[in-house]
Write a protein that binds this ligand. Structure first.
Ligand code: FAD
Ligand code: SF4
Ligand code: SF4
Length: 280
């Protein structure tokens, strides 16, 4: 089937037309290959603007539509619906943003018109490659994984868990907390970092909807949005976590030091070592 494209450029009142010579862009588009109809109009998103597209689809047998106007975030759905009402698959539509990306940000009229023509030509070329698509429903797995148990990951897990969803919080280090829990005070309020962080650590640990996976790393992700399968590597702890009370005795024997201690902690550490030495 031969490609038949309808091109429409919007004035947006004067929002586009005060910088872009819209009639000139419409004339330019009219001469491009496969363009059957090319028009400019004051307000493309108005009812008469949409009806113009619908009537052209029927009259000229258009199988592609391009609108050069505002951002797709604003009116892509509007024009897709117009296409659909006229019997054209909504995915045979392409939008070019000549307001946000051209008239609002380009001072020179010649430059703006040239840029609008380039965007129009690109959209017209692109729409030729569109295919009809169908929307369909697929089931999604509602569980959520959060990677990284810093302050951001902890809060995300708590928010999601409290909204009723199951969360897997994966942290590569042996403990959650991240950077913040290593500080004394935090700018700008100079609040005690541990006073903010540790209650969250406890909440995460006790939350019925959060599965905490510390000392674990993501090694493989497959699937697609809503249906991911994730492979996690659990690192060897050499400790029976069900029996560990967190007393910290083992850290004294461990030759690996993960972090810098504050002077106060160093003092305590030294005292404990001295004490241990005397005992021994
Ligand atoms: C020296 C310093 C001073 C700062 N001072 C202040 C301050 O005064 N005020 C302030 O507001 N901010 C401050 N910040 C910034 C603040 O600490 C950070 O913005 C904040 O801690 C970031 O939190 P986060 O959860 O995003 O990341 P992080 O705290 O970095 O946590 C990320 C977590 O993800 C884990 N992780 C990383 N990769 C993986 C992976 N592949 N798999 C599993 N887990 C992973 C890490 O182990 C870590 O636990 C400071 C930062 C630094 C470095
Ligand atoms: S389609 Fe967008 S650019 Fe055109 S009048 Fe409506 S809001 Fe303005
Ligand atoms: S020494 Fe204490 S912190 Fe270390 S593994 Fe045993 S119970 Fe846990």
């Amino acid at each position: 089937m031969s490609i038949k494209i309808g091109f429409y450029i919007c004035h947006c009142g004067i929002n586009i037309a005060y910088r872009v010579r819209v009639e000139e862009v419409a004339d330019f588009a009219r001469k491009l290959a496969d363009v059957v109809v090319s028009r400019d109009y004051k307000f493309m998103c108005s009812d008469p603007g949409q009806e113009m597209i619908e009537s052209d689809i029927k009259e000229y047998g258009l199988n592609r539509v391009v609108v050069a106007s505002c951002s797709p975030r604003l009116h892509e759905k509007t024009f897709q619906s117009a296409c659909q009402r006229a019997g054209l698959n909504p995915y045979m539509f392409q939008m070019a943003s000549v307001r946000e990306q051209v008239s609002w940000v380009t001072e020179d009229e010649d430059e703006a018109t040239k840029k609008a023509k380039t965007l129009a030509a690109a959209a017209i070329n692109r729409v030729k490659y569109h295919h009809s698509l169908e929307t369909r429903e697929v089931s999604v797995h509602p569980d959520i994984m959060v990677v990284g148990g810093g302050i951001a990951g902890m809060q995300a897990a708590l928010d999601i868990g409290s909204s009723g969803h199951k969360v897997y919080l994966v942290e590569k280090d042996p403990t959650i907390g991240g950077h913040m829990l290593q500080f004394d005070k935090t700018f700008p309020t100079l609040d005690c970092a541990a006073c903010i962080g540790t209650p969250k650590m406890v909440d995460v640990g006790q939350h019925p909807n959060i599965v905490l996976m510390t000392y674990c790393e993501v090694v493989e992700i497959s699937g697609y949005i809503g249906n991911y399968t994730v492979k996690i590597r659990k690192k060897q702890r050499y400790v029976d976590v069900s029996k560990c009370t967190g007393c910290g005795e083992c850290t004294r024997a461990c030759p690996v030091k993960y972090r810098l201690y504050t002077p106060e902690e160093k003092e305590v550490e030294q005292a404990m070592t001295d004490q241990g030495g005397q005992d021994g």
